[in-house]
Design a protein around this ligand. Sequence first.
Ligand SMILES: Nc1ncnc2c1ncn2[C@@H]1O[C@H](COP(=O)(O)OP(=O)(O)OP(=O)(O)O)[C@@H](O)[C@H]1O
Length: 629
Amino acid sequence: MTTTTAEYPAESHVFEADVARLLHMMVHSVYSDKDVFLRELISNAADACEKLRYEAIATPALLASDADSRIVLTLDEEGGRLLVEDNGIGMSRDEMIEALGTIARSGTRAFMERIEASKQGEGAQLIGQFGVGFYSCFMVADRVDVVSRRAGADSAWLWSSDGKGGYSVSPIDVSEAPVRGTRITLHLMDDAKSYTSRWSIERIVKEQSGHVPVPIKIAEKPGAEATQLTDGTALWTKSKNDITSEEYTDFYRGVSGQYDEPALTVHFRAEGRHEYSALAFIPGSQPFDLFDPDRKGRMKLYVKRVFITDEAELLPRYLRFVRGLVDTADLPLNVSREMIQESAILTAIRKGVTNRIITAIEKQAESDKDAFLKIWENFGSLIKEGIYEDFERRSQLLSLSRFRTTASADDYRSLADYVKDAKEGQQSIYYLVGGSLDQLKASPQLEGFRARGIEVLLLTDSVDSFWVTNAPEFEGKSLKSITQGSADLAQFKKQDQDKPESESASAEVQAFLDYAKEKLADEVSDVRASDRLIESAVCLVASDQGYDRQLEKILQGAGRLESGAKPILEINMDHPVVKAIAARADAPSLRDDAAFLLLDQARVLDGDKPADPRAFAERLARLMERALQ
Ligand SMILES: Nc1ncnc2c1ncn2[C@@H]1O[C@H](COP(=O)(O)OP(=O)(O)OP(=O)(O)O)[C@@H](O)[C@H]1O
């Protein structure tokens, strides 16, 4: 039964707020390389063909008599139009409203915010780098009509918009729609009329979409016979030696939706117990939604070249920045998506692909340090998640990790570098976790390590607080936070021989320590002499048991820990202020204020605030008054 207009009159809809924002950005984009719109449309068309092939496994009738997927581009120079048509799955009315009136992709909002916050030129570059799907056609068209008929349905729909405030959806006679699939008509803007020239379309398709796994045809005018532009051969089925790096890049761009160069390409065919091909890429830059909590891996699973799903978890979570696909003949075509998750074959494939990717990164680290460091800068924080998630590969991932350290200057150091240069008798790999490198470099806790030339890893990624607690060892040395427990530095000589090692505390200073311990008992668990301080008077450390201070702050911030453990206040027994206060046993109120002020000073050095700002201000005022009198 054909849908009647009386049942479904033409409806007007306004765009969801985010779509409107995105469209505004597209239309006003100064991005010069507008060609990218065609890649987006072709990629959607190819996805639609792949979805149909998948649904047709269970319902072969969907293919009817037209089994071969294709994408046809029709040029209409006279009418100033470009048509992109596929015989894929098509869209129902509701699917159209959902897909072309809202933004489903996670992270798009974050992406838009980045574009809006950036300077004009940079924002435009971002658009070019990532592409923004269907809506990019409004960079070249002032009206877009989408006619679609879902496979197996007896109705067809027209979606139409000028890309400004909204769009309309109306039923149209099936005789005006493709038998199955979607036809998108772009009414080109005056400065975009070159997209009706065969020469430019052919160039763009070959450059951008030459390896889309659905054949692309071109018709020079409406009604003309279409000739083939690309044959739809799946790139991954070819031998590595027959593929140029341009072809890989083109394919990567299609599969990742990013328009940069891949930083690393891993392409192999596994034979033996399980047979499959894998083609995986590490992107050349961070995808904009990399840190979106909903972001999933984007490796596609094909069975005998039929796309099955991109939710098969073909890689461990921490490798979710890798894009690409696995194609296997070992799974049955009609395997359900649920069964896939539990399949032993898939587990074996996951292991094989993960190993190959990590080995490829390791090789890159050896053969091309700069290229590897770019990967590390973009994705190191994710790779480090693997240190606590992937027990089997922990030591491999630790070896791969690179760090800023007190000895690295602007370069990176590996744990192997660290161990090679460790002091004689040094049992631990020391680290300090915090929010930024500058803050870490200014930490009082570092002073004693610096003075003795002991290297300390400076860790600033939020994941660092977690993996360090799980990876206690590298080449026999345990990882140890310099803000937790005792520093045990006395066994190492200071490099600056002029400064004598501190003698055991004088009785006076010791008495002040005991006094402070009693006074501050509500706020700290201990007050003790420090061997990690040189210039600063005080610092806070966590006790050996429990969490390190930085992790405690993160857990508290996330509401996963109610209150932190009391820290330990360490005091520099050689510090002139400490000595001077210790000498004033005759002035109890002064000692009292000093004890609390020293604690607050340690808090501030830790990036915190004084616990009681008012009491702090009063104590400070009293002290200044005394000094000024
Ligand atoms: N030719 C088409 N056939 C069927 N559905 C389509 C077609 N073009 C677009 N769509 C639908 O519109 C949705 C939105 O497309 P859009 O390009 O904006 O984002 P996307 O394809 O989901 O994301 P990405 O570009 O990151 O893959 C698609 O997910 C799909 O459901």
